[in-house]
Design a protein around this ligand. Structure first.
Ligand SMILES: Nc1nc2c(ncn2[C@@H]2O[C@H](COP(=O)(O)OP(=O)(O)O)[C@@H](O)[C@H]2O)c(=O)[nH]1
Ligand SMILES: [Mg+2]
Length: 211
């Protein structure tokens, strides 16, 4: 897929104000500092699209970016910010879980994992929650340029093994770097493939499309 255009559409604190679910969308999520903004900028080839390294733990927003006028990247607030209060964490859970669970046009959750780290409890818990909800997701390992590919492979193997404690099979895996652009073609190709099969949810299509 060639990215011809990428534009910021809206930031939301309320699920009720999201754009109508008439285009396929992909939610990018992971721990604060995992490299989510950098990855979104790398995929869209727009440096300032998603802001990198903002102070974490600030306002929790769901950001929609429209790509090629036909699909959305959704930038979700990072989880696991150590200094967030308990009530803030609970708010995050509720907000994000409601979005992920209810969004009709959500095609796949892109779960970002820092490739430098051994499996983290919070990432595994999030994957398990996605599995329990029956949401389709893939693993996107970030920052692969930061260590040898041997080390990256070791961490991925450990993560897979940890997931197999609760899953029958592991989801698709992408290895990425926003520095070298590794993984870009693979992720865009994956998304392009799903987009081709997207059907507008019946209640939102035009009368003609509804038949
Ligand atoms: N070397 C390297 N650094 C990265 C990569 N992705 C993100 N970073 C750095 O990691 C930090 C956090 O990245 P950011 O995209 O803001 O993470 P976010 O909090 O998940 O949105 C920044 O200093 C980035 O420059 C990567 O693929 N390679
Ligand atoms: Mg960010």
């Amino acid at each position: 897929m060639i990215v011809k255009s990428a534009e910021f559409i809206c930031s939301n604190t309320q699920i009720s104000k999201l754009p109508p679910p008439v285009k396929p969308e992909y939610a990018f999520i992971g721990r604060s500092n995992v490299g989510k903004s950098s990855l979104i900028n790398m995929l869209t080839a727009k440096k300032g699209l998603a802001k990198t390294s903002q102070t974490p733990g600030k306002t929790q927003l769901i950001n929609h970016f429209l790509i090629n006028d036909n699909w959305y990247i959704v930038d979700l607030p990072g989880y696991g910010y150590a200094r967030a209060s308990k009530s803030k964490k609970a708010d995050w859970d509720k907000f994000i879980h409601t979005y992920l669970d209810k969004r009709e046009s959500l095609q796949c959750v892109m779960a970002l994992i820092d490739s430098r780290l051994e499996p983290q409890k919070i990432d595994l818990e999030f994957c398990n929650w996605l599995g329990e909800k029956g949401l389709s997701f893939v693993l996107v390992f970030t920052k692969a340029d930061k260590q040898s590919s041997v080390k990256t492979d070791q961490n991925i193997a450990k993560f897979k093994k940890a997931l197999l404690a609760t899953f029958d099979e592991v989801p698709d895996i992408f290895v990425t770097s926003s520095e070298t652009h590794d993984g870009r073609d693979e992720i865009l190709g994956f998304i392009g493939g799903i987009n081709q099969g997207f059907v507008v949810p019946a209640t939102f299509g035009s009368p003609l499309e509804r038949g």
